[in-house]
Design a protein around this ligand. Structure first.
Ligand code: GDP
Ligand code: MG
Length: 435
């Protein structure tokens, strides 16, 4: 997948001060191949790649990320954007019911996902009514009734005619006070004029607030033609990607969104009714990239880390001017990046035993409390801390005098060591002063 390819590239350009256009071109070659391997439509690959390239070249030098990380971030940002950016939020009709029409090819998962969607609406506190307007296959309405019974949602259908069923279903919802109507329709194995005409008539009969196209994620690039054809006949508002459990590559999702310009609203990830969720573009991008955790880590580092500050701290350390107040600062930086345990679990290459180890964030709390109870003078020159000050600090921080002693002693030793290293390292910390 893309992850393996990117990793190699990232290693190569890590440590480079600046990215050249040639570097970016090389990265783009890998990304293009990876997207094609993920079964993304060729046209889509071209446009997404162009945008990633611009983004990567234009990326202003981030202070927290090295060039390799910048490229990964550019790819992730563009993929997320290409997948729709934000998760779709449903706007309910001011005059209920909110009508949802389900369209798609036979076997794509319309009936299953009608029930899943009904269950989702129920969880949102709504009272849906299902309508079985697929009279093509004799068992279709029965399938919907069985699913409806499982989630305790009523099903309306009239064996007479699908368009009539849809129309009457709407009246039934109003009469029963059901505030969401979900209309399941018939599909064919491939695009078919008769099928399109029928679903168009059903759409006309109920005037849906949302028309969802159900797409089988396993169909890969074929999804593009299906989406285009349905979007020509019906105004598609969103896509339900079904069978995502079987598709590790994600090409269909990326292609469809780009081609019809409509977001993917929901994802179905199994046959069970609870295997259904709102679609999160960022998670899918992570999945295509195959490095979700690494990306989270990069984002957190970027948000929390301030290069200058870190450099200043390092310089002070080397000169032995690092105070307890600086130490407190550094602890805050680490905290901004999440808990220590969290941080460890996201780092690649950390052994499992360590990842699962219970790292106690609370162990830092007394240290923080002690430093906070010190005056600035005490933080800068811990030597002034005599017996009475120790007692005051311990009382103020809710610790024991011994704890304060230990911290001051450890810090003193650390400072001595830093000074030594500073001398050995040829005064790396003096860089700032001379320059
Ligand atoms: P329809 O013809 O469009 O109504 O499709 P169905 O809802 O009848 O689904 C066709 C088949 O796909 C059924 O066997 C479903 O159980 C199965 N199916 C639907 N959604 C999913 C999914 O997300 N994952 C898997 N693995 N199977 C699914
Ligand atoms: Mg069906």
């Amino acid at each position: 997948n893309l992850s393996g390819r990117l990793e190699g590239i990232v290693k190569k350009i890590r440590g480079k001060g600046r990215l050249t256009e040639a570097d970016v071109d090389e990265v783009m070659k890998e990304i293009r191949t990876a997207l094609l391997e993920a079964d993304v439509n060729v046209t889509v690959v071209r446009s997404v790649c162009n945008r990633i390239r611009e983004h990567a070249i234009g990326a202003t030098r981030s202070q927290a990320l090295d060039p390799g990380q910048q490229v990964v971030k550019a790819v992730n940002d563009e993929l997320t954007r290409a997948l729709g950016g934000e998760t779709l939020s449903i706007t309910y009709a001011s005059k209920p019911p909110t009508v949802v029409l389900m369209a798609g090819l036979q076997g794509s998962g319309k009936t299953t996902n009608s029930a899943k969607l009904a269950s989702w609406f129920k969880a949102q506190g709504r009272q849906p009514l299902l309508v079985g307007a697929d009279l093509q296959r004799p068992a279709a309405v029965e399938q919907l009734r069985t699913l409806g019974a499982q989630i305790d949602v009523p099903v309306y259908s009239d064996p007479e005619d699908p368009v009539l069923t849809a129309h009457q279903g709407l009246e039934e919802a109003k009469r029963l006070g059901r505030d969401v109507l979900i209309v399941d329709t018939a599909g064919r194995l491939s695009i078919d004029a008769e099928m399109m005409e029928q679903v168009r008539l059903i759409s006309g009969a109920v005037d849906p607030d949302y028309t969802f196209l159900v797409i089988d994620a396993m169909t890969g690039q074929d999804a593009v033609q299906t989406a285009e054809a349905f979007h020509e006949t019906l105004k598609i508002d969103g896509v339900i990607m079904s069978k995502m459990d079987g598709d590790a590559r994600g090409g269909a999702a990326l292609s469809v969104k780009e081609v019809i310009g409509r977001p993917i609203a929901f994802a179905s990830t199994g046959e069970k009714l609870n295997e259904f969720e709102q679609f999160h573009p960022d998670r899918m991008a992570g999945r295509i990239l195959g490095m979700g955790d690494m990306l989270t880590l990069i984002e957190q580092a970027e948000a929390a880390f301030e290069q200058d500050q870190a450099e200043q701290a390092a310089a002070k350390m080397m000169e032995g001017q690092f105070t307890l107040d600086d130490f407190l600062d550094q602890m805050q930086q680490i905290k901004k990046m999440g808990s220590l345990g969290n941080l460890m679990s996201m780092m690649p290459g950390i052994p499992k035993e360590l990842k699962n180890a219970d790292i106690d964030d609370d162990s830092l709390k007394p240290i923080e409390a002690i430093i906070r109870s010190m005056t600035m003078e005490e933080r800068t020159f811990p030597k002034v801390i005599n017996g009475s000050r120790r007692a005051r600090i311990a009382a103020g921080s809710g610790t024991q005098v011994g704890d304060v002693n230990r911290l001051v002693k450890q810090f003193d030793e650390m400072q001595k060591m830093m000074k030594k290293m500073g001398v050995m390292g040829g005064g790396m910390g003096k860089k700032g002063k001379k320059g």
